[in-house]
Design a protein around this ligand. Structure first.
Ligand SMILES: Nc1ncnc2c1ncn2[C@@H]1O[C@H](COP(=O)(O)OP(=O)(O)OP(=O)(O)O)[C@@H](O)[C@H]1O
Length: 326
């Protein structure tokens, strides 16, 4: 049996706003095993980025409410700032959304890398740069990139530099948040391939890959988690999510993928009207009920529990619980 790297249990993380709490992650549970790439997908605003960030840094107005996120038996939610600083980069690392914009236009790439790692207490000496160079070769970047300014690099090149930087300390878990969305299709494929190479070469143990693009996930993820309005709708192997989806929302997402590379944030979901609910106030019940063509009484009253369909296939929908007529 493969080793469990991350174990998230009933995690609730909200945003404190003047109007009340935005329930961005409202009781989610999932696991990531060693060597696994977990894809996370769902419409804009479903909580994907909140999930990635809450595992790295609980920053205001984000507020931890309850639950656990155990990275190799260390609960990330309980670490203080100093402990989390030690953990970041080394045990868990993130490539945040729009990381490509974080380069300074006035610094050469080598100086940017040096300043960044030194901020984290790592000495950027010759040995360090030997490692950087090895990794540059792995991702097909020529070494002269180190002496260039970011403006001289393409989006795909910048993304590869970021991939190298965020994995220099060989983290156990890498979170990649929308790292392919600003790239053209061939660069997307290349960056996705690099990520799985990093896993295969054991530079990282496991990866959480967040994206709007299910077709990319199908290419690289072992498992896919579909989120809807702060909840999990379904988790299964990539194969099962694409070819044997159980949740009506997953089915709608799959049917809204007319061609490879389509980003469903810009697409109307086939046959499903409306938009996701406001995460401030949605009452009880299944959050998808407002748009679900199959919703019945029970869906109004109570959020569906987890139903295990088969090994590694979990769904949160009353249709699958088997007591529809109760
Ligand atoms: N700083 C904030 N203050 C209040 N609410 C926030 C904040 N950041 C995010 N939210 C809300 O939390 C919910 C989840 O947002 P999140 O960014 O995690 O979703 P997402 O699935 O990553 O969306 P996208 O794909 O557009 O990045 C949304 O309702 C969003 O409006």
């Amino acid at each position: 049996m493969s080793k469990n790297i991350l174990n998230v249990n009933d995690l609730k993380v909200y945003y404190k706003t003047l109007k009340g709490y935005v329930k961005a992650l409202d009781g989610i549970s999932f696991k990531v095993n060693e060597k696994e790439i977990l894809g996370v997908a769902g419409e804009s605003g479903c909580g994907k980025t909140t999930l990635g960030h809450s595992l790295i840094l609980l920053k205001k107005p984000m507020k931890y409410i309850s639950g656990e996120a155990n990275l190799l038996n260390k609960d990330l939610m309980k670490l203080n700032a100093k402990e989390m600083n030690k953990t970041r980069f080394k045990d868990i690392s993130i490539i945040p959304q729009a990381a490509m914009d974080s380069f300074s236009p006035t610094k050469k790439i080598k100086d940017f890398i040096k300043d960044l790692v030194e901020e984290h207490g790592i000495k950027a000496d010759e040995n360090f740069f030997e490692k950087v160079k090895k990794r540059f070769k792995m991702v097909n970047l020529s070494l002269d990139v180190l002496n260039r300014y970011s403006i001289e690099l393409s989006g795909g090149m910048k993304q590869r530099v970021i991939l190298v930087i965020s994995t220099l300390l060989d983290p156990k878990l890498l979170i990649a948040d929308e790292i392919t969305s600003a790239l053209d299709v061939s660069s997307q494929k290349f960056v996705a391939k690099m990520l799985s190479n990093f896993r295969d070469e054991k530079i990282v143990d496991s990866i959480i890959f967040i994206t709007h693009d299910l077709s990319i996930l199908y290419q690289i993820a072992d498992k896919i988690m579909i989120m809807y309005a702060g909840h999990i709708a379904e988790i299964a192997s990539s194969e099962d999510i694409i070819f044997n989806p159980k949740h009506p929302y997953t089915k709608a997402l799959i049917s809204s993928l007319p061609k490879i590379g389509t980003r469903f944030e810009n697409e109307k979901l086939d046959g499903i009207e409306g938009t996701p609910p406001n995460l401030l106030n949605f009452g009880n019940g299944c959050r998808f009920r407002f748009r679900c063509p199959y919703a019945f009484d029970k869906c109004e009253k109570e959020a569906p529990p987890k139903t295990i369909i088969s090994n590694d296939h979990e769904v949160y929908c009353w249709l699958n619980v088997g007591d529809k007529n109760e």
